[in-house]
Design a protein around this ligand. Structure first.
Ligand code: PRT
Ligand code: MG
Length: 218
């Protein structure tokens, strides 16, 4: 039986994936939140986990360093999905990618007037496509985190960021004005690995599908 490597990020992806792994008979031997190990053995023979940055997950799977991975749709949209098969929407780590502005800023009016907006975001590709499709002129400023700060200190007029409860926006006197896309985490599979190791990988995909009642993407 061939060795299978699954790439995961710690935090919410790992926490929300844990029940699905359990259902597939994959129990991690260490807790990535407390252990400093980046390679974690599991109870399922021949299956190991690697712990990566959320935005690096598609890259590990694309190059075959991991056979499978779990990544947010936000991350997959930015990556582009090359070399990846995306068989399942797991429905976990759900949120929405949104445009947000300071409370009191009339976004609709600025758009209607054809104003040029400065938009700070980690999601430059997705934001560019969104505003281009709407015909809104933007200057995009790439940030790596804490986008909510940018409008408060004059770096940007608006941000594009993930919103779940809305508490972070509220705490920083921002409000969401437009949804770009609903987000949830997807199972991703290296296309070549699926062909070469189908006998080992397909049962894992099936177990995840059964555990989520998952929406198959075909
Ligand atoms: O930390 P690192 O740079 O490695 O990556 P990351 O911050 O993207 O990782 P992580 O673990 O925070 O998020 C992993 C994935 O979880 C993301 O790629 C999303 O697909 C998904 N997800 C779901 C979220 C959220 N919900 C979410 N709310 N990721 C981030 N957030 C942040 C958001 O950016 C904002 O700062 O939470 C804040 C808003 O939350 P509310 O509840 O206040 O609205
Ligand atoms: Mg984070």
């Amino acid at each position: 039986m061939s060795q299978i490597t699954i790439a995961l990020s710690k935090g919410r992806i790992f926490e929300e994936t844990l029940p699905l792994l359990k259902a597939a008979g994959v129990l991690p031997r260490d807790d990535p939140e407390t252990s400093r190990k980046l390679i974690i053995a599991t109870s399922r023979p021949g299956v190991r986990l690697i712990i990566v940055r959320a935005s690096d997950t598609p890259t590990y799977v694309q190059y075959g360093a991991a056979d499978l991975g779990i990544a947010g749709k936000d991350v997959l949209l930015e990556h582009g999905g090359e070399g990846l098969y995306q068989p399942l929407d797991l429905g976990i780590a759900a949120c929405r990618l949104m445009v947000a502005v300071p409370q009191g800023f009339d976004y609709a009016r600025a758009v209607k007037q054809g104003a040029r907006l400065r938009v700070a975001t980690k999601y430059v590709q997705t934001a560019r496509e969104h505003f281009a499709a709407k015909g809104v002129h933007v200057d995009l400023i790439k940030l790596y985190g804490s986008m909510e700060l940018a409008p408060l200190v004059g770096l940007a007029d608006a941000i594009v960021d993930l919103v779940s409860s809305g508490n972070t926006l509220k705490a920083n006197h921002l409000c969401a004005v437009e949804e770009i896309v609903p987000i949830s985490a997807r199972l991703i599979v290296n296309v070549a690995a699926l062909k070469l190791k189908r006998a080992t990988i397909q049962p894992l995909i099936d177990a995840f599908a059964a555990a989520t009642g998952g929406t198959r993407n075909g």
